[in-house]
Ligand binder design. Structure first.
Ligand SMILES: Nc1ncnc2c1ncn2[C@@H]1O[C@H](COP(=O)(O)OP(=O)(O)OP(=O)(O)O)[C@@H](O)[C@H]1O
Ligand SMILES: [Mg+2]
Length: 148
């Protein structure tokens, strides 16, 4: 089923139609062109909308090794970015906030420290689970994925 992907960044809006899997590549490419250290990419969308799929396309384009991308149950995973052409981005942190229930669990993840590590960008699934933390972020890209 096709997806409609809406990206909001600094008052600009861009919409992509994702009909087939390879269409995610253009979305990933656009997002990567905006990345800089300290940035958070918040991926909103229902269960199965394609948040993890898009994360994997981003990771692939950033040169994260395939082996590193094997699924785990960890809420926070960090990867070394092997492509050197992306504006000082050296580290991709993937967060799945779906199972975060309260502030104590949020604090335990040390997201501020993760993001402060040199060259880090964060790709975050389920930002609605940690809206308070999201509200503090100054470099934020909002991505909304809808199954159409
Ligand atoms: N354009 C597309 N057309 C058809 N299927 C797609 C398309 N994009 C993604 N998919 C499929 O939809 C599913 C999306 O699952 P994915 O894990 O990426 O969703 P998610 O948003 O991360 O869900 P969750 O909230 O559970 O983490 C995958 O099985 C993927 O193969
Ligand atoms: Mg997911």
């Amino acid at each position: 089923m096709p997806r409609k992907v809406t990206i909001n960044y600094k008052k600009a809006k861009k919409v992509f139609k994702v009909d087939k899997m390879s269409d995610w590549e253009k979305v990933a490419e656009f997002l990567i062109s905006k990345l800089k250290p300290g940035m958070v990419v918040a991926l909103r969308g229902d269960l199965g909308a394609g948040k993890t799929t898009l994360t994997q396309y981003i990771a692939k384009q950033l040169g994260v090794s395939k082996r590193a991308l094997s699924p785990t149950f960890a809420l926070v995973k960090s990867y070394i970015v092997h492509c050197i052409s992306y504006d000082g981005v050296k580290r991709m942190v993937h967060v799945d906030a779906y199972r975060i229930e309260d502030d104590r669990e949020l604090l335990a993840l040390d997201l501020d420290e993760e993001l402060l590590m040199p060259g880090s960008v964060m790709i975050l699934e389920w930002p609605e689970r940690i809206e308070k933390w999201i509200a503090k972020q100054t470099e934020l890209v909002q991505v909304d994925i809808r199954i159409t």
